[in-house]
Design a protein around this ligand. Sequence first.
Ligand code: BGC
Length: 268
Amino acid sequence: MSSRAIGIDIGGTGIKGALVDLDSGELLSDRLKKPTPEGGEPDAIVAVVKQLVDELAGETLNGDAVPVGVCFPAVVIDGHTMSAANVSKKWIGLAAEELFEKALGRDIHFVNDADAAGVAELRYGAAKGERGVVLLTTLGTGIGTALINDGVLVPNTELGHLEIDGHDAETKASYAAKERHEWDWDKWAKKLQRYYETIEALFSPALIIVGGGVSKHHEEFLPRLVLRAKIVPAKLRNNAGILGAAALTSMGHVAGHGGGPLHSTTAS
Ligand code: BGC
């Protein structure tokens, strides 16, 4: 049997999970989704994650032995959540990995959500085999970023919080900002243009990958952007967090997470 892992992606709006085939990057189960509890408090989120893991482990043979990877929308250093943009401030400084491990009664692998998505695109998707600087951005409740150079991830980059024109960028260019302000594609694309041209001026990526649920509508906004870098939709769409969290259970550590640098063995 090929190697499998459960991936859980915690977001500001929803918590998703699935059983993943680590060789192919395909989902071996339904993609389960539950709303993120109001307020995003630690105990409430942990309870939802436990339900999802129990359900997914219950669906498969030897489910208790299947590795579990969890990704979360915050800076994650050595298993601690060090920020909280779209969840309760109680997460700041919390030994989150340990909290999940106690509740689930098993070891987990715990990383930032955008970093997980970046790893997934690197291993199975749009960044596979790409050299040079690649920046993955997820446009959702916030903006998540994964910065990759020659297949090596620089974790916890948090470029969704760049200050642009006096504002935290994600308050203007995230998908949630589009929804909140009821902007049409054209108006939102102007905010994205400002965001990505700033990113481009600072980091000169060769490739920008756009993920998050809205990436399925990429034809509505990517053609409106004028950039030097190639900009493409994420191949794994909104499953990248699940796939990356699952894949990281077999890939060792991400730098800044208690180990050496993570290097994809598939990027060549
Ligand atoms: C958080 C990041 C996260 C991103 C996407 C931001 O608000 O600060 O840690 O990756 O949202 O969820």
